[in-house]
Design a protein around this ligand. Sequence first.
Ligand code: NAX
Length: 316
Amino acid sequence: EKEPVTVLVTGAAGQIGYAIVPMIARGAMLGPDQPVILHMLDIEPAAESLNGVKMELIDAAFPLLRGVVATTDVQEACKGVNIAVMVGGFPRKEGMERKDVMSKNVSIYKAQASALEKNAAADVKVLVVANPANTNALILKEFAPSIPEKNITCLTRLDHNRALGQISEKLNVHVGDVKNVIIWGNHSSTQYPDVNHATVTTSGGEKPVRELVANDQWLNTEFITTVQQRGAAIIKARKLSSALSAASSACDHIRDWVLGTPKGSWVSMGVYSDGSYGIQWSIVQGLKIDEFSRGKLDATAQELIEEKSLAHSCLN
Ligand code: NAX
């Protein structure tokens, strides 16, 4: 039998936390034969509720679950962690300036970076979910210099999956037959969901999405804005932000990172872009970028650069 893998979920008493811990305990993240130990972190005001989640995990009697730690101590939470899913953060509340939210999250991610660096396994794989996800991941990287930067990523898989879902609905094909969409840039409304390389597996072989949709107007406007604004649409409908889809996509992200993607297919992850290749994931090279795409890529890149300088100004 395999040795258990220790998975940390921060913000585990929150919505996404509540949705993701049973997925992890059932093997949706690391496979049906991989035992896991769950570490759940939240803050003091949520301690009782966090303990309730632990009680439910015990009650669900998951055979793969070999231990549960529920704590408000970040050092204890990070001890021996192999996979860290960072969901905890300070949400933007009505009337708050972007800079205020940034400042709160920058200090959380700075502190948690040090705790991970000190206590986690040397090869810990980190996935940041909490917003601003890309910038929180950048701060985490800067304050955990001993963790390889290839091991620090953020979630853009939800946007990727949303794009697959929209194509599948539009063409009335199975979502599992759609692949190779790309999400470029920030996990925000400037992100660019790109279908220029996406395909659908049909009985007649693999066909480009652009050919099957045969409606560039829809692909270049409504499709893009639907994916960009999907988070807001969920909030409007549910009065709560995406949780089950975020949790499921976070499991997909880690699963494909640890176990790999099938030959000929790729997925979207927020990664530190240094242009180089590595052993775990690699950036797909050589894709043709047309002028329309170029403009969208530049806009979202510009936003990330602005966020980075805002985050750094919060550190002073
Ligand atoms: P909730 O507010 O339900 O849960 C957040 C939890 O984090 C709370 O229990 C809170 O007590 C805890 N927390 C706050 N500060 C903490 C700290 N310093 N250490 C540990 N825990 C702390 O939010 P939820 O809906 O679960 O969303 C969590 C985060 O995911 C938010 O930042 C949200 O914006 C972000 N999202 C990111 C997505 C992505 O695709 N990257 C999509 C979904 C989601 O909106």
